[in-house]
Ligand binder design. Structure first.
Ligand code: BTN
Length: 270
């Protein structure tokens, strides 16, 4: 546990200087900070080709934060983390899922270390605390002839927000670090820890050690070993989440006995 907790009830302001002073690797050396943006992912995607790898776009609030499957990511000011990291991995588009899993592992490890809370991952990359979503990751790629030109890893994390201000449908399934612990956290410290952890796990990915990523993801998973329901496009599959394979695909045992390999979708445990 670190000095990340504050007794005051005010969410500390984001400080780029503080984040930079804590950065150990190349991810986060270059930070673009905005009080307000439409979406950090949208800006990061637009500037990625001309930006140095490891550039991070951070906003204190977003006007139209984007979630997965076209959903809105509610992004009020002063309380939460909204950031997008630009990477340029030597990978093919097929490795998309691994980037996603690697990012979730990095976020979960960083949060666990700084907060001591039991952060888990719901396949593929929802960050879960006490069965509710505390954070999400939106990974977007630019590819050319199946090669990845760049990836933007967008991370949204509910930190000091009172989730009761959110619309009912989000409130029912979401939470924040504050809501679960009653503690106010330094967003700057959290951001630096996440970026340092991302730097480490990105190194693992670049070295091709996908098994290390998969095995860490499995140890953090709250999906495996459960009956789950998965929506993939317009189809819905129910079954037992047996494992993920070495490409990060979910292996779902259907009631028919068939083992279905799922690459994208939304998992709901029931
Ligand atoms: C999800 O639906 O679970 C993914 C949510 C990702 C939200 C983050 S906030 C920072 C970045 N910018 C965006 O517009 N979206 C991502």
């Amino acid at each position: 546990m670190t000095n990340i907790m504050f007794d005051i009830l005010k969410s500390p302001k984001l400080s780029v200087e503080e984040i930079k002073s804590r950065i150990k690797g190349s991810i986060g050396k270059n930070i673009l900070f905005y009080e307000r943006l439409i979406s950090t992912n949208t800006l990061a995607y637009d500037i990625a080709e001309k930006s140095v790898e490891g550039t991070v776009v951070i906003a204190d609030s977003q006007e139209r934060g984007r979630g997965r499957r076209g959903r809105v990511w509610v992004s009020p000011p002063d309380k939460n983390i909204y950031m997008s990291v630009i990477i340029k991995p030597h990978l093919i588009s097929h490795d998309f899922t691994l980037i996603t899993l690697m990012s979730a592992v990095a976020c979960a490890e960083a949060l666990k270390r700084l907060t001591d809370l039991d952060i888990r991952i719901k396949w593929p990359n929802d960050l879960i605390l006490n069965n509710k979503k505390v954070g999400g990751i939106l990974t977007e790629l630019k590819t050319y002839k199946k090669k990845i030109i760049f990836a933007v890893i967008g991370i949204g994390l509910n930190v000091n927000v009172d989730i009761d201000i959110y619309p009912q449908e989000i409130r029912n399934i979401s939470t924040s670090l504050w809501k679960e612990s009653g503690k106010i956290y330094s967003r700057s410290e959290l951001i630096a820890e996440i970026l340092n952890e991302l730097d480490y796990w990105y190194g693992v990915l670049q070295r091709g050690d996908r098994f290390k990523i998969i095995s860490e993801w499995k140890s953090l998973s709250c999906t495996l070993g459960k009956e789950v329901q998965i929506r993939v496009n317009n189809n819905c599959y129910s079954g037992f989440a047996e494992s993920i394979d070495d490409e990060g695909m979910l292996m779902l045992r259907l009631s028919s006995g068939e083992l279905k390999r799922i690459s994208v979708g939304d998992v709901e445990a029931f």
